[in-house]
Design a protein around this ligand. Structure first.
Ligand SMILES: *[C@@H]1O[C@H](CO)[C@@H](O)[C@H](O)[C@H]1NC(C)=O
Ligand SMILES: *[C@@H]1O[C@H](CO)[C@@H](O)[C@H](O)[C@H]1NC(C)=O
Ligand SMILES: *[C@@H]1O[C@H](CO)[C@@H](O)[C@H](O)[C@H]1NC(C)=O
Ligand SMILES: *[C@@H]1O[C@H](CO)[C@@H](O)[C@H](O)[C@H]1NC(C)=O
Ligand SMILES: *[C@@H]1O[C@H](CO)[C@@H](O)[C@H](O)[C@H]1NC(C)=O
Ligand SMILES: *[C@@H]1O[C@H](CO)[C@@H](O)[C@H](O)[C@H]1NC(C)=O
Length: 538
């Protein structure tokens, strides 16, 4: 397993920048036994920034958090969200609603669900949509009752012929699921029903996030008619020491295909994904495993671990995420909330808080061990003014400006070609956490192969900047270390979303640079960058 330094190695970065929101995808195409580490360092200056994002979903004003009940209905995409109509901080929670034909441009609709009956009088919290076999969308959501207990409710469209689903009617049977003395459910930790699925026995299943002491639970309910629900003795899944599980999401993914699968499909050629949002750390993690329908139990695969050390969709700000099956384009789409990093005072000043990440298509990697995500194709129609570079050498210690890009709002794809692997630094075997590694060995700590990458949202002169970079190490036995790559994402595909609040790099003053702060040169195999138009959102 000696290192053959003539082998070429490509590292790929794609970024979506939208006035302070920063979405990154990184991957590398590699040759067997030549793995590289691809940590990504982010530095940010936190200060109020006056601009709203240009193409990330957000309401006109006030607070937004979790995505709710995303779906496609009669050719229209629907997006609901947790919303405080009165303030820029969390509270007075109702549902917001917008509709779209392309997942990029959105038309706001009136508030569809707000407190109006005892089962939700203190709040209408998160939930999910299920499209029934008769084509009707039903929404289960968490309501807060007069005792502040968390209970589960149903709403159905008032007029199913309306593709915009403007009016919703609450079930007179609400709440359909509630904590009782018998069922031992923790009444303040029982929320966020998933999309339901139908078993071979004709009964519906749904899971709800919960905990007992420090054990996270995906409580399972079954129903014949979607109205009368019975709690299963056994949760679908549980894990000790993980704390409260919020916003569970449970769905199938095809093995060896990027095509999405409807939650209703019980197919042999699938794996299952269980995503959980950890209330304690505000991280979304997922496991990949099998679902035994007879037992109604989900079992993560060996090596797919529960809890905060598990795989994440995103290693930055990305929480309370939820997927849906897009039956029009046969893909599964992921939504996730990007919280602010600014202070409450700054949020009050700017009049809003929270955006949604650009929806991402998601599928199972060929390895079967992790998911792969990519921003939906539709976002590319906002691209204008392409800039291309290729075969450009970046000498050690050099910086190259990429001109003519509206660098506050841009889409960038860059691939680096690295060949001198023999020159890679030796990795200290104690470094097992790539995130820690990259934050402590920032872009200013020079090595041989790296750091190299991009400086985004940079001011002229680069006093202010956000560095996104690669740095290549090899294991202490002069072998490229494989395990550290796997702990980062199981084979080299990762996502990071961050909030950056530039103070100088605003109003057309943002610049984009490629840099190489290593001592060895690397090559930009290809760079394409586009400025991005604004989408129609609110
Ligand atoms: C239901 O929606 C359809 C389509 O928008 C509309 O034509 C019809 O008038 C609506 N029916 C009622 C009772 O509002
Ligand atoms: C129930 O949930 C609440 C809120 O998180 C928590 O304080 C309490 O300890 C939980 N009770 C049990 C038995 O887990
Ligand atoms: C599912 O569980 C049942 C009951 O324990 C068992 O008989 C069956 O073999 C399991 N199926 C799979 C695919 O593991
Ligand atoms: C959102 O961000 C604020 C400010 O940084 C922080 O206090 C809060 O805990 C965050 N909430 C979540 C769910 O990430
Ligand atoms: C720039 O690169 C993009 C993406 O690789 C390609 O589609 C486009 O044709 C290129 N444009 C020019 C002018 O070379
Ligand atoms: C490169 O490293 C030098 C020395 O540590 C540092 O001063 C400089 O800021 C670094 N450049 C970048 C782009 O991080």
């Amino acid at each position: 397993m000696a290192i053959i330094s003539s082998l070429r190695h490509f590292l790929f970065l794609a970024l979506l920048l939208g006035y302070g929101v920063f979405e990154l995808e990184a991957s590398h195409r590699i040759y067997e036994d030549l793995q590289s580490l691809e940590p990504t360092g982010i530095t940010s200056t936190t200060r109020q920034q006056p601009y709203r994002t240009g193409y990330h979903f957000q309401p006109a004003k006030n607070w937004m958090n979790d995505p709710d009940a995303p779906m496609i209905y009669k050719g229209i995409y629907h997006f609901f969200y947790q919303y405080n109509p009165k303030r820029t901080v969390w509270g007075n929670i109702v549902w917001g609603h917008s509709a779209s034909t392309d997942l990029v441009n959105w038309i706001p609709h009136k508030i569809p669900i707000y407190p109006s009956q005892p089962s939700d009088i203190n709040g209408a919290w998160s939930g999910s949509a299920t499209i029934l076999p008769n084509g009707k969308p039903y929404i289960l959501y968490t309501g807060i009752n007069p005792r502040d207990d968390q209970v589960q409710n149903l709403v159905v469209p008032k007029n199913a012929s309306d593709p915009y689903l403007r009016d919703w009617v609450k079930s007179p049977k609400n709440p359909l699921m509630a904590p009782t003395a018998q069922n031992q459910i923790n009444s303040s930790s029982f929320r966020d029903p998933t999309t339901a699925w139908l078993g071979h026995d004709g009964r519906w299943r749904v899971i709800i996030g919960s905990k007992i002491h420090r054990e996270g639970l995906a409580i399972l309910y079954r129903s014949k008619d979607f109205v009368h629900w019975t709690k299963s003795q056994r949760p679908l899944h549980s894990a000790k020491g993980t704390g409260m599980w919020e916003c569970p999401d449970f769905f199938p993914v095809y093995i060896n295909s990027q095509i999405g699968v409807d939650t209703l499909v019980l197919d042999k050629n699938v794996k299952y994904v269980l995503k959980l949002s950890l209330d304690d750390t505000k991280h979304d993690y997922y496991t990949i495993g099998t679902y035994n329908q007879t037992k109604d139990v989900y079992t993560p695969d060996k090596g797919s671990v529960d809890g905060d050390s598990g795989l994440r969709y995103d290693y930055g700000k990305f929480y309370a995420s939820k997927t849906f099956f897009d039956s029009a384009k046969n893909r599964r789409i992921l939504w996730g909330w990007i919280n602010e990093s600014s202070s409450v005072e700054d949020d009050v000043k700017k009049g809003w808080s929270g955006v949604q990440a650009i929806p991402r298509s998601l599928w199972l990697d060929k390895s079967g061990k992790q998911l792969v995500q990519w921003p939906i194709k539709e976002i590319e129609k906002l691209r204008v003014n392409p800039i291309n570079l290729s075969n450009k050498e970046l000498k050690g210690g050099s910086v190259l400006e990429v001109p003519h890009v509206t660098a506050e709002q841009a889409d960038i794809e860059i691939s680096f070609e690295v060949s001198k692997f023999g020159k890679a630094e030796v990795l200290d075997p104690r470094w097992t956490n790539p995130q820690l590694l990259c934050s402590q060995k920032g872009a200013s700590v020079r090595g041989s192969l790296g750091p190299f990458g991009l400086l985004v949202l940079a001011s002229k002169g680069m006093q202010e900047r956000t560095a996104v970079f690669f740095r290549i190490f090899k294991g202490h036995n002069k072998y490229i270390d494989r395990s550290i790559v796997e702990s980062f994402g199981g084979g080299g595909k990762s996502c990071i979303t961050a909030r950056v609040y530039p103070t100088l790099a605003i109003n057309g003053a943002a610049h984009l640079y490629a840099f190489n702060n290593g001592t060895e040169s690397v090559k930009i195999a290809r760079l394409s960058a586009w400025s991005m138009k604004k989408a129609q959102i609110s």
